[in-house]
Design a protein around this ligand. Structure first.
Ligand code: PEP
Length: 242
């Protein structure tokens, strides 16, 4: 069984500095610990840890100033690419069609995609969260999925990201079930692991691990502190079979 702890540093570096971060980080053998630094640090961090990019371009190459292709990311030593993070969708206007192209290009470049899905507060209040997430999965069903050795889907409810309001273990387990159903319906050949992300901390990781029924976590804010992230990795190492 695979278990993941993925650190999304966003547009930050650890306040203690990169050297101090890795001196302090304790990564248990039972967990696959992955660091997603900003693009310019991919190569440097790839020499010390398994690395993910936080994004990739939706085109393979060409006149797209400021973009970075999936193949370039792979050349920098990354093994994973986060795709469709809600900050990309909501701040930078990425839609499901772009995200589907990114997914296809990441798979073509032999990167393991970490597709982020999740509803906002209004959708949850309307009782439409499961249908919304299923549609996000349906709209990213690309032929390349049949060739991918593994795909990660991170359930990241928008209302829980960077807000300090995490979903409970029970809520995560319910949505993980819907995601398993949707991915087996729309992506029949793909080998899918499911993560949760949204204000995961050492304080709430116990409930999430005990009740969440996922294969790991995508962690933003708390991942910049090596002690907090180590505690989350420790929780991930003890996750039971989903
Ligand atoms: C994220 O941005 O992927 C995330 C989960 O952030 P945070 O842990 O800060 O909510």
């Amino acid at each position: 069984m695979r278990r993941y702890a993925i650190a999304n540093w966003k547009m930050n570096l650890p306040p203690a500095g990169v050297d101090a971060y890795f001196e302090r980080l304790r990564a248990p053998r039972e967990a696959s610990v992955v660091i997603a630094p900003p693009f310019p640090y991919l190569k440097e961090i790839a020499a010390r840890a398994t690395v993910a990019a936080q994004n990739c371009a939706d085109q393979p190459s060409g006149a797209f100033t400021g973009e970075v292709s999936a193949a370039m990311i792979r050349d920098c030593g990354a093994k994973f690419a986060i795709i469709g993070h809600s900050e990309r969708r909501n701040i930078f206007g990425e839609n499901d069609a772009m995200i589907a192209r990114k997914l296809a290009l990441a798979i073509d470049a032999a990167l393991t995609p970490v597709l982020c899905v999740g509803e906002n507060q209004n959708v949850r209040d309307d009782g439409q969260a499961a249908a919304f997430v299923a549609t996000q999965i349906k709209l990213t069903a690309v032929p390349q999925l049949e060739r991918a050795s593994e795909i990660l889907i991170a359930y990241e409810p928008v209302w829980a990201i960077g807000t300090g309001r995490n979903a409970t273990g029970a809520m995560v387990a319910e949505m993980a079930g819907h995601i398993r159903d949707a991915s087996s319906r729309f992506w029949p050949a793909a080998d899918v692991s499911i993560l949760y992300g949204g204000s995961v901390t050492p304080e709430n990781v116990g409930d999430l691990c005990e009740n969440g029924r996922v294969d790991g976590y995508l962690v933003g804010g708390a991942s910049l502190d090596p002690f907090k992230f180590s505690a989350i990795c420790e929780g991930v190492a003890g996750l039971a079979e989903t």
